[in-house]
Design a protein around this ligand. Structure first.
Ligand code: FES
Ligand code: FES
Length: 78
């Protein structure tokens, strides 16, 4: 498994809408962080789906090192 690109040193705060699905960029190459824009094609990475059960602000991982994808788990501090 190769290492994803560190897109950001901090998470992305996003206000998600209940019932909507979001596709988090796992490879770090997307120009539309924190979401997938198709740039992973040809790599071993695929986006991670997030289904919003509530309308609220969530923190998507930007460093791509989280163990709780697609959300930040604090790993960016390591
Ligand atoms: Fe990174 Fe799709 S662009 S997973
Ligand atoms: Fe990746 Fe926090 S931004 S774990």
């Amino acid at each position: 498994m190769s290492t994803p690109k560190r897109a950001s040193d901090t998470p992305y705060a996003v206000t998600v809408e209940q019932g909507k699905s979001y596709f988090w960029c796992a490879c770090g190459l997307s120009a539309k962080q924190p979401f997938c824009d198709g740039s992973h094609k040809g790599s071993e990475f695929t986006p991670v789906k997030y289904e919003a059960t509530d309308s609220k602000e969530v923190y998507f991982c930007g460093c791509k090192a989280t163990q709780n994808a697609p959300l930040c788990d604090g790993s960016h501090k390591k």
